[in-house]
Design a protein around this ligand. Structure first.
Ligand SMILES: [Fe+2]
Ligand SMILES: [Fe+2]
Length: 471
């Protein structure tokens, strides 16, 4: 562990200057990254933004706040502190020292896991690139850009691993991460949800709540990896990810709060006429983002994931807190399944059900947001409640992909689904309405009418701070 050197082209705590070849390889990737940022990153021109920059990983503080021009952001490579005694916590290698190099027999699988994670990071920047044009406040605009630069840094984190540990193939994959683009016909991003557009700010909050949260759970499993550099990278990424979760959670809070306020003030559910977002529209956005994010966890059962676990490549969420043998070779679990065409559960070997295990952890976490949002409605004295739709609703991956189900979990024929899906998923009319509200508010301390201001600013600054200087 070295102290980060900010005089270097690439800030890092991995002693990059001791490995000239690696340093040169990353320095030659850097201009490609910057031109990707210029052409696929945020489109709103800005002078500078009040950003948090990761400068170290230590407990005494790892971030520095200040106004910086976004293209001068110091994207760096930071791994959590190394624990010299770290042992593998699960699988066939349990108890052995964590790996500092990639074992030959797991090379292809590890590379694939890193590429898939890496692909999501720039994808979300691409999905969100036009949102600056319609930000509800300078505070929100700043948060968007913070999320964007950190996803850029997460790309750096994965590219570092590819360059440092996977040789020529790793370098080629690092190039590909800049060539695939969200929503592209010819070379789309790897995972479905990362090819959906994020056309408005309600979608942005839902994305950071539901889809970024999938990222949190994936990083959590990679943090358990026997491959120590991957583990340490993910551990540090999770620190940054917490801010993305906060943006999503409080973003939806504030939309619900404003809607509730307008409902009470005008004694009506029909708040659209008053420039707020009706609760049924918020519910449809929840339904959409939650269901596409559930798909990101893959099929209910997976032999690949069982193999990753046994090999020690990818653990469970909070692996070390689990009270079992961490081998799971003789355990069983229930997973969601379609049995005789009905929504049901079936028993499988615990190892092949690990996707389900992770998805359940995620679902329990998602329920926390709904609780918060319902508390806001309750405190406003309103009887309406928001909810998470049934696990079989609107699924395109896994056991329920072949069927259609309502948010309450009743099976529907294809015809019924077609006729009724507009009640549950955002329609073109809903999206057009939400978009019509998206007028930028760039004056300090002002906020759009469809959302409440935040309770706290960033880094102790007030809401009316000059978070962003536009051109
Ligand atoms: Fe990320
Ligand atoms: Fe994120």
């Amino acid at each position: 562990m070295t102290t980060p050197d900010y005089a270097e082209k690439i800030p890092n705590n991995v002693s990059l200057n001791e490995d000239r070849r690696l340093q040169r390889a990353l320095e030659s990737w850097q201009p490609n990254f910057l031109s990707w940022w210029e052409s696929m990153g945020p489109t709103l021109p800005t002078q500078d933004v009040y950003l948090r920059t990761a400068v170290n990983v230590g407990r005494e503080g790892w971030a520095q706040f200040g106004h910086v021009p976004m293209r001068d952001y110091r994207w760096g490579i930071f791994l959590a502190e190394r624990d010299g005694d770290r042992r593998i916590a699960f699988g066939a290698h349990k108890g052995e020292p964590a790996w500092q190099k990639v074992p030959g027999e797991y090379r292809a699988e590890l590379q694939r896991l890193i590429v898939i994670q890496g692909d999501t990071e720039p994808a979300s920047v691409e999905q969100q690139r036009n949102l600056g044009a319609t930000a509800p406040s300078l505070y929100d605009l700043r948060n968007l850009f913070q999320v964007n630069v950190e996803e850029g840094r997460h790309l750096w984190a994965m590219v570092y691993l590819l360059h440092a540990y996977f040789g020529r193939e790793g370098r080629e994959e690092a190039e590909e991460l800049l060539h695939r683009n969200s929503g592209s016909e010819d070379s789309p991003r790897i995972l479905g949800a990362f090819n959906e557009e994020t056309p408005d700010w309600l979608s942005f909050y839902m994305f950071t709540y539901f889809t970024d949260r999938d990222g949190k759970y994936q990083l959590g499993t990679l943090k358990e990896s026997a491959f120590d550099p991957l583990s340490r990278t993910c551990e540090f990424m999770l620190k940054e990810e917490a801010h993305h979760m906060m943006v999503g959670t409080t973003g939806v809070d504030r939309v619900v709060e404003r809607t509730a306020q307008v409902m009470v003030e005008n004694d009506t559910d029909d708040v659209a006429a008053h420039g707020a977002i009706p609760l049924p529209v918020i519910q449809k956005y929840i339904n959409f983002h939650y269901s596409v994010s559930l798909d990101l966890f893959g099929g209910e059962t997976s032999t690949n994931v069982a193999n990753y676990y046994t090999a020690g490549l990818k653990g469970r969420w909070l692996e070390e807190r689990r009270k079992d043998d961490h081998l799971l070779a003789s355990d069983a679990m229930m997973v969601d399944a379609l049995t005789d065409g009905e929504i049901a559960q079936t028993e499988v070997a615990a190892l092949i059900g690990l996707n389900t295990d992770l998805r359940r952890e995620y679902i329990a976490d998602c329920a926390g947001g709904v609780k918060r949002w319902n508390r806001i409605l309750e405190q406003a004295g309103l009887p309406q409640r928001l909810y998470l739709p049934h696990i079989a609703f609107n699924r395109r991956v896994g056991a329920f992909a072949p069927i259609e189900a309502s948010p309450a979990g009743e099976r529907l024929s294809a015809g019924e689904w077609e006729a009724r899906k507009g009640q549950w998923l955002p329609t073109d009319t809903d999206k057009t309405f939400v978009r019509s509200l998206m007028q930028p508010v760039y004056q300090r301390g002002k906020i759009a009418a469809w959302i409440a201001p935040p309770r706290n600013g960033i880094n102790g600054q007030p809401f009316d701070y000059d978070y962003v200087h536009l051109i």
